[in-house]
Design a protein around this ligand. Structure first.
Ligand SMILES: [Zn+2]
Length: 471
C-alpha cells in the first residue's frame, strides 16, 4: 500500500489513549474495530469529528447552554483554534476556517523525515499539547525526535487523539477513560460510550447521570459485558488542561475484573447486591466503596463482607443474605486471591466444626464470646485451643474429633503464614455461613440482645445526660 493510502488506515498501538480514540473513531465510522475500518469510511468518520469541533467552536462561550462540548475541549486541546480566546471577537467563517485548517492533514511536502512514534508509519508532523494529551508520566512519556517539538505522528494516530473525547466519560474537568487489552471489551464499552457522547454533543450539555466515583464507572462497564474478560481493566483519569497536565492510572488485574464482572451478573447477582450493601457506609454508597476497594485494596473486600455478616451477631442474629454473600466471598478467595483450594477447604472444615459447637451450645452468649475474639488474635487462639481440649476429651457438645487440626491452626496463627489474618477473616465467614445453613436461632437471643442494649446505654456521656434529665 502506498504511504498516502496508509494515512487512512487506523492502527492499534501500545498507547492506551490512542487505542481508546481509535475505537471511538472506528465506531463513528460504523466499524466494529479500528483495524476493520475501511479507508473509505475513515474520511467520513474524521469529517464527523471535525464538524462537531467546528460546531462547538461556533458556540464561543463555554458557559452557554450548549457550551459543554467546547468546555470539554479545553481539557483535550487547550489553546487550539477550537477554543482560542480570540474566537469571541471573530465571525463564524473565520472560526470555521481556522478549525478546519487545524484539523486538516498536513501537506505531504511538509511531512518530517521520521516515523510515527506509535505505529512506525510515515509521520505527517510533530504534535504537541494542542493535539495530544501529553501526560507527565514515565509510562506515557512521549518520544520526541531530536530537533522536533512534540510527538511525531501519522495521520490516523493523530486522528485517534482527535476522537479521544468521544471515548471518555466527560466531566468538563479531568476525563475518565477505561482501557483494556481485551479487544472485545474495548469494542463494546467504547461503542456504548460513543453513542452516549454523541447525544451529549448534539445537546451540548453534560451528562446528568452522576457516576458517584471514577472507579464505579469500571464496575458499570464490567456489569454490562457479557463475555469472559481476557485481560485486566485500567482506569485512566487525565487532563491536558493548561492548569496542569495530569494522568492517573489505576488497574484491576484480570482475575479481579473477571470476578467483579461475573459477580454482578446472574446467577451470582443476588450475592452482589449483598456485597454492595456490605460496602455501604453512612456517607458513601456501597458501589463506590466496593469500586474503591477493588482498585486500591482488593484484600479489604473479604474484610468488608465479614464485618457485614457479623454486624448483628452479638444479638444472636444472622442476616438473611449471609449464604449468597459467603458464597461470593469464597469465590473471591479461590478466583482472585488464588488461594490454594486445599487451604480453603481446611478453613471451611474448621469453620464447620466451630459452627457445630456453637449450634450445639445454642447460645447467643457463646456466639458473642466467639465474635469478641475476632479483633484479638491471642484471644481467638485461646478460645479455639480451650474448646479443642474439650473436644479431644470428648466433653464438647455437637462435634466429633478435634475442633481444629494442627494444620488448620497453623493456617490461622502461624507467624510464618503471611496471610494468617486473612485466613481468620475467612474462618469467620465460614462459621457464619454454616450457622446460617444450620438455622441457628439461639434460645437466649432476646436476653442477650437486651443485655447489649443495657450495656450500650452505659456510655458515660449518655449516663451524664440521663442524670441531668431526671433531676
Ligand atoms: Zn501512527
Amino acid at each position: 500500500m502506498s504511504e498516502v493510502g496508509d494515512q487512512s488506515r487506523l492502527a492499534l498501538t501500545a498507547h492506551p489513549l490512542q487505542r481508546v480514540g481509535a475505537y471511538a473513531l472506528a465506531h463513528l465510522g460504523k466499524s466494529p474495530s479500528p483495524e476493520s475500518l475501511l479507508p473509505e469510511a475513515f474520511g467520513p468518520a474524521v469529517e464527523k469529528v471535525t464538524r462537531d469541533a467546528v460546531r462547538a467552536a461556533l458556540v464561543r462561550d463555554t458557559k452557554s447552554d450548549e457550551g459543554f462540548w467546547l468546555k470539554a475541549s479545553m481539557s483535550f486541546f487547550p489553546n487550539s483554534k477550537m477554543n482560542h480566546h480570540s474566537n469571541a471577537k471573530r465571525d463564524d467563517d473565520t472560526i470555521r476556517d481556522a478549525v478546519r485548517a487545524w484539523r486538516r492533514m498536513p501537506d505531504a511536502a511538509l511531512w518530517p523525515p521520521v516515523a510515527c512514534v506509535l505505529c512506525g508509519r510515515q509521520a505527517v508532523g510533530c504534535f504537541g499539547k494542542v493535539d495530544v494529551p501529553l501526560a507527565e508520566s514515565d509510562l506515557y512519556r512521549n518520544n520526541t525526535p531530536r530537533g522536533h517539538s512534540g510527538m511525531a505522528l501519522c495521520w490516523p494516530c493523530l486522528c485517534s487523539f482527535y476522537a479521544l473525547p468521544y471515548g471518555c466519560r466527560l466531566t468538563g474537568g479531568p476525563s475518565i477513560a477505561l482501557h483494556s487489552w481485551d479487544e472485545r471489551f474495548m469494542a463494546r464499552t467504547l461503542s456504548r460510550r460513543v453513542e452516549r457522547n454523541q447525544q451529549l454533543i448534539a445537546l451540548g450539555r453534560p451528562d446528568q447521570k452522576g457516576v458517584g466515583a471514577n472507579e464505579a464507572l469500571a464496575l458499570h462497564a464490567l456489569r454490562l459485558h457479557e463475555d469472559r474478560l481476557t485481560a485486566g481493566v485500567d482506569l485512566l483519569v487525565f487532563s491536558n488542561n493548561n492548569r496542569g497536565q495530569t494522568l492517573e492510572v489505576q488497574s484491576l488485574e484480570q482475575p479481579l475484573a473477571e470476578w467483579l464482572r461475573r459477580s454482578s451478573r446472574p446467577p451470582r447477582s443476588r450475592g452482589f447486591a449483598a456485597l454492595v450493601r456490605a460496602h455501604a457506609t453512612a456517607d458513601k454508597a456501597g458501589i463506590v466503596g466496593l469500586a474503591r476497594n477493588a482498585f486500591r485494596a482488593p484484600e479489604r473486600i473479604v474484610g468488608a463482607c465479614s464485618r457485614y455478616m457479623t454486624a448483628y451477631i452479638d444479638q444472636g442474629v444472622i442476616r438473611a443474605d449471609t449464604s449468597e454473600l459467603a458464597e461470593l466471598c469464597l469465590s473471591f478467595v479461590s478466583e482472585v486471591t488464588r488461594m490454594n483450594q486445599n487451604e480453603i477447604d481446611e478453613i471451611k472444615t474448621a469453620g464447620a466444626q466451630v459452627a457445630a459447637w456453637l449450634k450445639a451450645e445454642n447460645s447467643a452468649g457463646q456466639l458473642r464470646a466467639f465474635n469478641a475474639t475476632l479483633k484479638d488474635q491471642p484471644r481467638m487462639r485461646h478460645w479455639l485451643m480451650r474448646r479443642n481440649i474439650d473436644a479431644l476429651l470428648g466433653t464438647a457438645n455437637g462435634i466429633d474429633g478435634p475442633l481444629i487440626s494442627e494444620s488448620q491452626f497453623r493456617l490461622l496463627f502461624d507467624p510464618e503464614v503471611e496471610q494468617a489474618w486473612f485466613h481468620r477473616q475467612l474462618l469467620v465467614v465460614t462459621v457464619v455461613q454454616r450457622l446460617h445453613e444450620l438455622g441457628f436461632a439461639p434460645a437466649d437471643r432476646a436476653e442477650v440482645a437486651a443485655a447489649i442494649a443495657d450495656e450500650e446505654n452505659e456510655h458515660p456521656e449518655d449516663l451524664d445526660y440521663l442524670k441531668g434529665e431526671e433531676s
